[in-house]
Design a protein around this ligand. Structure first.
Ligand code: ADP
Ligand code: MG
Length: 351
């Protein structure tokens, strides 16, 4: 038998490339909400509200009172790799904003219809403009607007039949969005958040700004969670070799739940770390078998050069220097806390 002829290699159309890339950044409605809320936080907002219709497939609308977007920037706003946050690759080492790649809005325009309404300080009116496939559809139209930016994402995945079908049959996307906004609201307790279904008069998350984390937890997760928490702080003894600082709240022996809730922020970025979560669950089930599914809120701070923020398309994970020793240190601190249930002393440790 003769060898099979090699197939020709062709260059994909930009539109195909962009839609494939967009499908990785925006995996489900909740990924779009995360990107939009992060943009609102990056814009210095103190109030962010989210409205969702049909689990996010029909409509996701995020309104904020941040600094707005300049008129001159609207033409390139939704092009790929346009950003006000990063300019040189090296900035990634020290970047404080949650966004940096200029991909989120662009991605949304490749898989949905995006309309932006925005007004900047001192302007008499705002502008409204729609985008499709990275491109502004017409000149921005002057319109009435209140301070900040509102972004509407409609008909998500209208051009990805399979994705839309699988999501239509899943009822938990709205729950995922509520969970996400709860996490943001807990960590950013100086910002008021609300999240509601379109047409509902009651919000499912409604946070008021507070300087007390415990009040924030009470407000968002309820009194039954807040009353069974202990504050925990971990830091290095030797400030000159300081690797990280952690503070947060963890549930005590009285708390019972069917599943672990772990709200983790590293350098103010909402991330997941299943290794850390498992390590802590192990301590709980060994120390407090009855309370083995804990509630955990942890905010960890590292020198930025020890965190690689650019390892995941949805930025859900970050990569850390010395991750194992970090996990061990936190595990030890949690264990100490659980055994000495009533102490509120700062846990000192040597890394
Ligand atoms: P990135 O956040 O990585 O810069 P995005 O595509 O998410 O990329 O956003 C592109 C740019 O649009 C941002 O850099 C920012 O300047 C602007 N922008 C997006 N959302 C908002 C907002 N809610 N308020 C003000 N500016 C915004
Ligand atoms: Mg962004």
């Amino acid at each position: 038998a003769s060898a099979m002829e090699p197939p020709r290699i062709r260059r994909l159309d930009d539109s195909v490339v962009n839609r494939i890339a967009a499908g990785e950044v925006i995996q489900r409605p909740v990924s779009a909400v995360k990107e939009l809320v992060e943009n609102s936080l990056d814009a210095g907002s103190t109030s962010i509200s989210v409205v969702v219709k049909d689990g996010g497939l029909k409509l996701i609308q995020v309104s904020d009172n941040g600094h707005g977007i300049r008129y001159e920037d609207l033409p390139i706003l939704c092009e790929r790799h346009t950003t006000s946050k990063l300019s040189a690759y090296e900035d990634l080492q020290t970047i404080k904003s949650m966004g940096f790649r200029g991909e989120a809005l662009a991605s949304m325009t490749y898989v949905a219809h995006v309309t932006v309404t925005t007004i900047t300080e001192g302007q008499l009116h705002g502008y409204r403009v729609s985008y499709r496939d990275g491109v502004m559809e017409q000149e921005p139209k002057p319109c009435a607007a209140v301070k900040g930016t509102q972004i509407m994402v409609e008909n998500l995945f209208y051009n990805m039949i399979a994705r839309r079908k699988t999501l239509q049959n899943s009822s938990d996307d709205y729950a995922k969005i509520v969970d996400l906004i709860s996490r943001f609201a807990l960590h950013n307790s100086n910002v008021s958040f609300s999240c509601r279904k379109h047409g509902a008069n009651r919000a499912d998350v409604h946070s008021v700004t507070t300087s007390s984390k415990l009040d924030a937890i009470k407000n968002i997760y309820g009194i039954s969670v807040a009353r069974d928490l202990m504050e925990i702080t971990v830091s290095d003894d030797n400030p000159s070799q300081s690797i990280f600082k952690m503070n947060g709240y963890i549930s005590n022996a009285n708390y019972t739940a069917k599943k672990t809730i772990m709200v983790l922020f590293i350098n103010d970025r909402l991330v997941e770390c299943s290794a850390l979560k498992r390590a802590i669950e192990v301590v709980y089930s060994a120390t407090l078998p009855k309370a083995s599914k804990p509630f955990l809120y942890m905010s960890i701070e590292f020198p930025p050069e020890h965190v690689d923020v650019n390892i995941h398309p949805t930025k859900r994970e970050v990569s850390l220097l010395n991750q194992e020793s970090l996990i061990e240190t936190i595990q030890t601190a949690v264990e100490y806390k659980l055994i000495n249930n009533n102490t509120t002393r700062t846990f000192q440790t040597q890394v």
